[in-house]
Design a protein. Structure first.
Length: 359
């Protein structure tokens, strides 16, 4: 019997990713760059992001990917088939990263998945232990690399940013080559940081699934701990944001990962209680979750068209609220699209291709 809460959570994750990713479709290496005098809405959205957005939906996706691997292994008990699925996903990720957007997550998931499948038949406590060990390993490496990179503060009005923008956008080939170079760089640092963090979250997802979190929600004690830890870590992240020391900046990313983990658990708990316990139907989000791969690539296509082909100058004028409006518009479009599409088809086109190639 299919667990509908997992589809709903996946739907929330894929739509929520845009609120993180949209900033990087203009100039990937800079992400969001504020003006010298940002509007008040920038501060409000930045604060909200630290509390509810940054890393949260990425963590949800990692957790759910681990759950998906475990369910497939339970169903078929065939590691060779799982390995084949991961290889195909890796190819999707490489094509997505080199041809569309350097911030691809599919290749990362495939690599982390190869690590995780070695622990599918392990005891729950071992999966929990390895999950936290991988998270700590990724955190330590992240901090060490951060200490080697002094913080750089620029604004949209700075000569450095403007020079980079005009060089980057002078031709279609320069846009394409820049994206390829950035994705190549991401592949170099991938084994050191992202794979361990992602694999850790996947293993924690498997542990949660085996302990019926996706059927009953979190135990009360774990829920309270998650609320406390998410709040403390998010507030710490906000306080450190105003500091300029290299160490303070270096520890921001690990703090974000752990605060995101606890918030992701809270989101899972709330959705499970609404869908599984109270029986509330969230059909639209469930439909989005069933088309997650297709919609993830669709987001990249739409955002690349907007920020790299049609309106590259948006990077020079957009504040945070503008990116959020774009993300919200696409999210609403994908929500409606998913409901209509699922009336006629059970799976998305990319989901169909992925399963067909792996069969």
């Amino acid at each position: 019997m299919r667990n509908h809460s997992i589809d709903v959570i996946r739907g929330i994750a894929v739509l929520g990713l845009m609120y993180m990713n949209a900033y990087s479709f203009g100039l990937f290496e800079f992400g969001y760059v504020a003006s010298a005098s940002p509007p008040f809405s920038d501060h409000v959205i930045k604060l909200s992001s630290h509390l509810f957005v940054d890393g949260r939906f990425r963590s949800l996706f990692c957790i759910l990917f681990g759950v998906g691997l475990y369910i497939q292994w339970q169903r078929n008990n065939d590691l060779s088939r799982l390995t084949k699925r991961l290889k195909i996903l890796a190819v999707f990720g490489l094509l997505h990263g080199f041809l569309l957007w350097a911030g691809d997550i599919l290749f990362i998931y495939a690599c982390a998945g190869w690590v995780v499948i070695k622990y599918l038949d392990a005891e729950s406590n071992m999966q929990l232990k390895r999950g936290f060990q991988f998270l700590l390993l990724g955190s330590v490496i992240t901090v060490l690399l951060g200490l080697l990179s002094p913080p750089i503060v620029i604004t949209r009005d700075s000569a450095e940013f403007l020079d980079h923008f005009y060089t980057y956008s002078e031709s279609g080939s320069s846009v394409y080559l820049s994206n390829m170079a950035m994705f190549g760089f991401m592949l170099v640092i991938l084994p050191f940081i992202t794979v361990w963090m992602t694999a850790g979250l996947m293993l924690l997802g498997i542990y949660a699934y085996k302990n019926n979190v996706f059927e009953n929600g979190l135990p009360k004690k774990v829920l309270i701990i998650s609320l406390f830890c998410s709040g403390i870590l998010s507030c710490t992240r906000i306080l450190l944001e105003s500091q300029n020391s290299t160490f303070d900046i270096a520890i921001l990313e690990p703090i974000t990962w752990f605060s995101a983990l606890f918030m992701a658990l809270i989101i899972i708990h709330v959705v499970v209680k609404l869908v599984t316990v109270k029986g509330i139907l969230l059909t639209g989000l469930q439909s989005v979750g069933r088309l997650a791969l297709t919609l993830y690539i669709m987001q990249s296509v739409l955002l690349v068209m907007l920020f790299k082909m049609l309106y590259p100058e948006w990077v020079l004028t957009f504040d945070r609220i503008d990116y959020w409006l774009i993300a919200t518009s696409i999210a609403l479009f994908q929500l409606v699209f998913s409901v209509l599409y699922r009336r006629y088809f059970d799976q998305g086109p990319l989901e169909f291709i992925w399963r067909k190639l792996a069969s």
